[in-house]
Structures are given as structure tokens and as C-alpha cells.
Design a protein around this ligand. Structure first.
Ligand code: NAP
Length: 573
């Protein structure tokens, strides 16, 4: 009864280090880890101890006997990563120990290592976790929203609650007594890089890639056009996107690009609203989806099926939950690719695609809107004068760069681009416009003019390596940055902070009186959970900053009273 890793694998590698027989690969130090779509358990070497189950932060691992029907394909997907070997021959057990960061050498110095982390998404929280494992390290986390956890809260689709379970790990990190949250504080507006450096030895920017890559074709920008990432933020109740105009009154939505974000949006737009009502989807999105007239979402890729950008786990998950179809011409493309493509992962995706239903069939088998995967369509322009009414594509030929000259149009009331995220410049740091990342060497920010590190400045996550990978990919990314930071501290390369610790609180209060601390966040968190309980939802999010601040402020007012009561109780006991 070997264990199996399923769709929500976050790639953070915690299972790798928990496994006593080294049967989970690729490991973070193996080639291929950075680009691997998930981790895989060797069914022959697995000793069925379940250590990986406890270590996995998102509940993605189960014994093969406890999988539901939708998860069964993952038995084969895990096994297919490992070479065939004669029956009974196991790989030799080896131990794999988690990499250890050398402790900061604070004994010869006056002050503990003090680090500011900007951002509170996965890269930030994994960096905080790695830092706080060491004694005498203090971490202050700065986040511009009153709520932490970045894309886990605002980017992971609401029907992927399992992936959101990683917040339990982040809650544990956030609850550490040497971590302080400064939420609702924007670095670059309320505080500068110099402000942070005068209160910390180092600053780690883990700000992600908050912009979208833009598609420069005529008609983008018309009402009825937008980006898939904005829609995901709207669905997830991000306060900056709560008023996004989302028109679902037309029968078709077209999404340009076929990465996992496109799949997320298509899945949610075609899901049964009653199922979504049991998630943490924003109320405004649920209301709009209940009234939606959408019957079909087309995901249009510019290349052929063998180059699909979505991952195999997400494709398997999609086909298990949604009605996904192909046009006959695209089915033929899938079969043609299957005849020529050798790469095992691409073949596995093609084999799933070859099983999809035929788009020429009139109705959806599930009675719900369907998703049509379309290929070799290069977007040319958005149609419509006052608002989007469709998209014109040039049909690409089979060879790279070859066009057929044929133009194909698709009617649509909503046209979304889903062509990737993009990092944006950080005030006072260098920026590589082409790669849209902060130039760095293993997390140390590098000044391109001199080729030397910018003292005290570090990056982790998407602003360091670009918008690729999964939640857990950030664990090894942040570990590398923290290793560099601690090495620099131990080598005496970081200056001690000039200001006294309490001065930071005073400065922040002065610049942003509405700062929300850990207690404020816990109050917002508890209120959201309480709002959701009656409807059987994990939480009902606030989508308005003022509402969040009101909860945090009410909590602040009761704090002195609670502290007095707690002190009185201690006296009495
Ligand atoms: P992505 O995976 O990079 O996909 C981008 C898509 O846009 C590709 O299909 C690409 O086509 C297409 N594209 C780029 N430029 C284009 C253009 N000018 N015209 C037409 N198409 C264009 O991006 P993403 O979906 O935003 O995902 C970002 C990262 O987050 C990925 O690593 C993804 O796996 C991850 N993610 C994971 C999950 C999950 O695990 N559930 C969910 C969401 C996101 P080409 O391939 O032809 O360039």
C-alpha cells in the first residue's frame, strides 16, 4: 500500500526530508526539481510509514487505498517517474537531511540578527520560517494589505482549498514570539528602504510579481477585456479588485494563454455555484456566478497541444471536475503530436487530451458550462467598437512560426489574457526590465553598474526568479536567500541597525496610524471564520479594507482591558 502524491502537491519538499527511505523525488538538490510539476513517490521503495503525510503542509499525500476516483490517475503518475526495475529490487535506502543554515554568530556582537521581510506571501513566510529556526533572530514582516499570505489568500482558486491549507504552517510561523507583523504598511510609501535598513541588519524583498504581462493587440482595454489574474483576485475578494467590472452576460468567455491560471479561471467560471458556495469565494463573485449566462469558456493557446503550459496534475484535476472538450481539428493535432513527441511528461498530457469529449457534440454531459481547449491560435485583435464582442486569431501552422494565413474569430462577451505575471520595480533597488526581476545572485541583490552586492538587500520568490513554480517552490528559494543573508551577517558584512527596537514601532505608528499587528490580523481572521460558519464555509472574507481595519481597531481597544484582567488573574492564582 504505497503512498501517493496527488494534485495539490505544493513542491515544498517537506515530505522529502521526512521520508526515512529517500523515496520522494526530485529532491530540492536534484536537477529537474526547479521545473518539476510535482514530486513523486517511488511505489517500490515506499515503506508505507506515513511520515510524508504528516510533513505535507497541504494534505496532498495519501495511501493508494484511500484515494477517491478523481485521485486514482495519480497512482500511475507517481510510478511513471521511476524507471522500471526487476520485481523485488528496491532502491537502496539513503537518508536525506534537510539543509542546515549555520547559526548567526551573535555572541560576539551586541545585537541579534534583525531582518525586515517585505511581503507576506509564501516566499516571505518560508524565509521567516528559515530565519526563526535559529536562536536570537528577529523578523519583522511588512505587508501593504491588512491581511497576510499574498497569493495563497488572493491567488489560489477558491475550489483549491487543499492548497490553501499551507496557511496553517504560515499561521505557526506568524505566531512565533520573535516575529512581528506590520500589516497595512506599504514599503515605498509609508517606509523607505533606508528606513528599514536603519532598523534592521537586512531587508528581504519577497513582493512577488504583482503585475500582469500585457498583450499588445488592438482592442485590449475595451470594456469586456481584462486579465485572468485580475479575475482571480476579484474571485478571491482582494480589496483592490472588489469593484472590477465582470460581465458574465454573454454565452462565451475567451481566455488567451493556457497556463494553470487559465485553467483556474475556466474551472471557476464553469463550476456549480452551489459547490463554490462552500468555499471562501468572495460573496460578490458568487452572486455574479449565480446569475452568469456563460455556457462555454474557450482556452486559446498559440502553440500546439504538446506545448500546453498547464501542468499534468492540474489537467487531470480539471478533467475530473469539469466538462472539457476539443474541436475535431484540435483532436487531430493531439494525435499528430502523440505520433511524434517523445518527452514522457508531454506524452502524458497528450494522452489525457486524447480522451476528451468532442466539442461538436451539442450539450455538456454535466449540464453545466463547458471548457473548450483550442490550439494554434495567435491572438490578432479584440473585436468590437464600444466593448469586446470577440477575438480574431491567426491560425498557426504546424511548424514553429509558420502561419496558415487563415483567420478564425470567436464571439465572446469577456476576453481575458492569461499570459503570465510580471514583477515590478522596487523603489531604491535595481531592476532588470527584460526579465522583470531584481538582479541578484542567489538572493543577494546585485548592482548591475558595479556587479557588486547591494549591502543589506535580498530577494526571494517571484521577484528573485520570475513567476514560475508552485507555492512550495518558494521554500528552497527562500532557504537559499536566507543562507546568503546569514553568511553575510557572520562575515561581518551587514551593519548593525542604528535605531533602537522600540523606535520602529513609533516610526510606523507615525507614518501609518492604521498599522495592523498580529493581534489585529488574528481578530480579522477569527471574524471571517465566524462569518462563514453558518453557511458551511471555511471563511467569508472581508473585501473592504475599512471593514478589516474596524475589526482590528475594535480588538486594539479591548486589549488593555484584557491585559489588565490577565494580570489580575495572575495575581489571584
Ligand atoms: P504560464 O504558465 O507562464 O502560462 C502563460 C501562457 O501564456 C502560456 O500558454 C503562453 O504560451 C501564453 N502566452 C505568453 N505570451 C503570449 C502571447 N503574447 N500571446 C499568446 N499567448 C501567450 O503562466 P500562468 O498561468 O500565469 O502561471 C504562472 C505560474 O503560476 C506557473 O508556474 C503556474 O504553474 C503557477 N500556477 C500554479 C497553479 C497550481 O498549481 N494550481 C495555479 C496557478 C498558477 P507559450 O507557452 O506559447 O509561451
Amino acid at each position: 500500500m504505497p503512498h501517493v502524491i496527488t494534485q495539490s502537491c505544493c513542491n515544498d519538499g517537506s515530505c522529502v526530508f521526512a521520508c526515512p527511505v529517500n523515496c520522494i523525488h526530485p529532491t530540492p538538490d536534484e536537477p529537474g526539481y526547479a521545473t518539476s510539476e510535482m514530486l513523486y513517490i517511488d511505489p517500490v521503495a515506499c515503506v508505507d510509514c506515513g511520515a510524508c503525510v504528516s510533513a505535507c503542509p497541504v494534505g496532498a499525500i495519501a495511501p493508494d487505498s484511500r484515494l477517491d476516483t478523481r485521485q486514482l490517475p495519480f497512482v500511475e503518475i507517481n510510478a511513471s517517474f521511476y524507471p522500471d526495475r526487476p520485481a523485488g529490487v528496491k532502491l537502496p535506502p539513503t537518508s536525506k537531511l534537510a539543509p542546515v543554515i549555520p547559526a548567526p554568530e551573535v555572541h560576539q556582537r551586541e545585537k541579534p540578527l534583525t531582518v525586515a521581510i517585505v511581503g507576506s506571501g509564501p516566499a516571505a513566510m518560508y524565509a521567516a520560517d528559515e530565519l526563526l529556526i535559529q536562536p536570537r533572530v528577529r523578523v519583522n514582516v511588512f505587508e501593504k494589505l491588512p491581511t497576510p499570505y499574498g497569493l495563497v489568500r488572493a491567488g489560489v482558486a477558491p475550489d483549491h482549498q487543499s492548497a490553501k491549507r499551507v496557511t496553517r504552517l504560515f499561521d505557526r510561523v506568524a505566531g512565533h514570539r520573535r516575529l512581528k507583523f506590520y500589516l497595512n504598511v506599504e514599503v515605498g510609501k509609508h517606509l523607505s528602504h533606508a528606513d528599514l535598513l536603519s532598523h534592521h541588519h537586512a531587508v528581504v524583498y519577497a513582493v512577488g510579481a504583482p503585475d500582469d504581462r500585457r498583450l499588445d493587440i488592438d482592442g485590449m482595454g475595451l470594456p469586456g477585456t481584462g486579465t485572468a489574474t485580475e479575475l482571480v483576485a476579484w474571485i478571491n475578494g482582494h480589496p483592490d479588485f472588489a469593484d472590477l467590472p465582470v460581465d458574465l452576460s454573454h454565452e462565451r468567455v475567451v481566455i488567451i494563454g493556457n497556463g494553470n491560471v487559465a485553467l483556474d479561471v475556466a474551472r471557476v467560471l464553469t463550476a456549480d455555484p452551489d459547490d463554490l458556495a462552500r468555499t471562501d469565494i468572495a460573496d460578490h463573485a458568487l452572486r455574479a456566478l449565480r446569475k452568469s449566462a456563460v455556457r462555454e469558456v474557450v482556452i486559446a493557446a498559440r502553440r500546439g497541444p504538446a506545448h500546453s503550459a498547464f501542468t499534468l496534475p492540474e489537467l487531470v484535476g480539471l478533467t475530473g471536475s469539469s466538462d472539457v472538450v476539443l474541436d475535431p481539428v484540435d483532436r487531430q493535432r493531439v494525435l499528430d503530436d502523440l505520433a511524434t513527441v517523445a518527452d514522457p511528461l508531454a506524452r502524458a498530457k497528450l494522452e489525457v487530451l486524447a480522451t476528451l469529449g468532442d466539442a461538436s457534440a451539442a450539450t455538456s454531459g454535466l449540464g453545466r458550462p463547458r471548457i473548450r481547449l483550442a490550439y494554434q491560435l495567435t491572438p490578432q485583435r479584440v473585436l468590437g467598437d464600444d466593448r469586446a464582442s470577440g477575438v480574431a486569431f491567426v491560425v498557426a501552422g504546424p511548424g514553429a512560426g509558420a502561419g496558415t494565413g487563415e483567420v478564425r474569430t470567436l464571439d465572446a462577451g469577456l476576453v481575458l489574457t492569461s499570459i503570465g505575471y510580471r514583477g515590478k520595480p522596487i523603489r531604491d533597488l535595481p531592476f532588470d526590465e527584460d526579465a522583470a526581476v531584481v538582479p541578484n545572485d542567489g538572493g543577494r541583490v546585485i548592482d548591475p553598474a558595479t556587479g557588486r552586492p547591494v549591502v543589506g538587500a535580498y530577494v526571494a520568490g517571484w521577484i528573485k526568479r520570475g513567476p514560475t513554480g508552485f507555492i512550495g517552490t518558494n521554500k528552497s528559494c527562500s532557504l537559499q536567500t536566507v543562507q546568503a543573508l546569514v553568511a553575510d551577517f557572520n562575515a561581518g558584512k551587514l551593519s548593525d541597525p542604528q535605531a533602537k527596537p522600540l523606535a520602529l514601532d513609533r516610526l510606523v505608528q507615525h507614518r501609518q496610524p492604521d498599522v495592523v499587528d498580529s493581534t489585529g490580523w488574528r481578530a480579522i481572521d477569527a471574524a471571517e471564520i465566524a462569518r462563514g460558519i453558518g453557511d458551511g464555509r471555511p471563511r467569508n472574507k472581508f473585501t473592504n479594507v475599512a471593514d478589516m481595519l474596524a475589526i482590528a481597531a475594535a480588538e486594539r481597544q479591548t486589549q488593555p482591558l484584557r491585559r489588565r484582567l490577565a494580570a489580575r488573574l495572575r495575581e489571584l492564582v
